[in-house]
Design a protein around this ligand. Sequence first.
Ligand code: MTE
Ligand code: LUZ
Ligand code: MOS
Length: 751
Amino acid sequence: MKNIDSIAHVTGKSLYVDDIPVRTGTLYGVVFPSPVAHGMISSLDVSGAVDMDGVAAVFTAEDIPGENQIGGIIPDEVLFADGKVEFNGQPMALVVARDELTARKAVAAIKADIEALEPVTDAREACEKGMLLVPPSTFQTGDVESAWDQCAHIFEGRTESGGQEHLYIEMQGSYAYLMENGHVKIRSSTQGPTHVQKAAANILGVPMHKVEVDVTRLGGGFGGKEDQATAYACMAALATTKLEKPVKIILHRMDDMRMTGKRHPYSADYVIGLSKDLKILAYKATFYQNGGAAADLSPAILDRSLFHSTNTYFIPNTQVTAYSCKTHLPPNTAFRGFGGPQGMFIIESAIAKAASELQVPARKIQRKNFLQEGDHFQYGQVAKNVNIGNCYQRADDEYQVERIAREVDQFNEANHWKKKGMALMPICFGISFTNKSMNQARALVHVYQDGSVGISTGAIEMGQGVNTKILQVAAQTLSISPDKVKVETTNTTRVSNTSPTAASSGADLNGKATEMACKQLAKRLRKTAATLLNEKLGNISLQDEWVFVNGVKSTLRWAELVKKAHLERVCLTEQGHYATPMVDFDKKTSKGHPFAYHVYGLAVIVTEVDCLRGNYHFDKVLMVHDFGNSMNPDIDMGQVEGALIQGIGWMTMEEVVYDKEGKLLSNSLSTYKIPDIYSVPKVVKCVPLPTKGPRAAILRSKAVGEPPLMYGIGAYFALQDAIKAFNPGYNADFDAPMTKEKLLMRLYNNQ
Ligand code: MTE
Ligand code: LUZ
Ligand code: MOS
């Protein structure tokens, strides 16, 4: 089953927000962003813009009829700055004009008088000053303090991991217009249509039913549109309501990079204690999350860092505390992995540090401490169907891990100016929203009179193939051809109160709801067939668009059955509601059963470094991944490859840089480098771990969107391994990304 979007994508026919044919009279909005990161607004003079020919209006905080508030988890984020500004790029006003160029010219005519205050951009500094977005959070198990005594080795250190720009190809954008009676319809590039609906209703001061949000697809989201599409949708909704004209806002790349939040940078301190035989007995860590100027999704991301702070290891005594620090940067937000990668980088750094000090390969410590069946996670959940040991075994069978290590050593003995390095990166990622109530979804399924089917769910297609998977679920459950099924746009009037498509659970949640609705429809149609054929219901089945009686094809086709059912006034519409069973988590005790299941996997990464120039490339990434019983191996493999490269980019070359004043320096593609085809590892292989897959996964096909990103973390440690081979005095430090410049310095440090 090919991705159903592939032909439209490659022929350029897929529609994104900016491709929607505009209505007559459409106006264009451009944001006036704060020129400074922190300050009090003395005055905001928009008259120069208002007076300009072609300008329809300029909107500021004063023009909001409802509440100037769009915060998702905590109401701490204004749509337009009011009284103060808290990050460079914070929207202060929206200019709406007959065309975009005019609006941009008018933005330049706005005068803001801001009394600048000292910005804080560093998480630790913010923490010291007591600038926290939410109270700190701690996960613990066992008793670390008394465990130190039992440790033969104790190491401590500090780590840094950087931000990451989502760089979705389609920028943030929305197009809003009025229907009748003041109802607003918003076409938005959002992962969370319900959040957009709710926030827009709040801004406009109207009930949610007055706002309809419709999403066709996204040109990538990666978490960057889970929360942050909302502001631009609200602005368009506000302007269209006030002006009674359609209003479109599409950010330019540089504005998008400057104004929106990114992956959270983390700074951390850790202490790790091991026994003589390399068992990790204790792990204590403090995380400082750089949250930016508003909470956005930071508290939930902070939690996921804690959930994944021991990665795929069993550690009997832990105590991990995390601070979400308020800084004068754009609010940082969800990004594939949602804090998990940051937490995992820290434990992997601690292990690498121990390995380096003890002069053993890190993989020895990693393997010694792999989770075993029945171990409990730090948060209380008992680990079931633990696959990490099997992943290693499978990797060893397929790729011969120790042989690769020997080849690396041999290469390094034979070469002076070129060195290879290797790392093992195991992963374990929990599937479910950690906020219980979000683990629900609905589907609305229509069977039309001709036997074709239309499906609406809350899932957002952003390139990950969720629509294809939903279509497969329906086709399989109804036993009809995939081309009889259409997946409709995601619309809040058809499917309401949706969770954002996130946490890798879009296909699980919406697929399950679709499956439930289709099962009901199939049952109802079987009943009709039983009546028509004068047979018992139990003898009737639907197979490949035919009614079967006792396993024998009857004369009744699917299309005929549907037509007759309609004439008999049988309801051909059904809705499914799915709520993930079993998930629960008590925030007060930090214990519970938050995840429906876990995804495991393992990667072996080999790099080669040019020690004269500091250049490097990756020779190979060899993975074993636990897909469960993949319902679409092509799509799933695409997710693995894309996530891997995105993870390697985060760890190696993507460097988000702000100056001390909180101004983004890496604000375009000339200064912010992401992996391209030339930086892809020469060999990328992934073999699936043969498993049955859990029942909580749709058709036992495990969620795949985020977990493989974390294979990319191995890239950092492979590079470190190569540095050590050239510079044995190198004192392993953990300051990602390992850009080529940083790597070159490390090759010649401490010699
Ligand atoms: N793949 C593509 N092509 N584009 C994307 O934006 N987002 C990722 C992942 N894969 C993304 C992607 C993220 S962050 C998540 S949470 C999941 O897809 C969401 O989709 P799913 O829940 O259907 O897996
Ligand atoms: N979003 C969210 C997520 O709101 N809660 C989560 O647990 C989550 N996990 C991963 C990605 N997005
Ligand atoms: Mo993905 S970070 O859950 O949108």
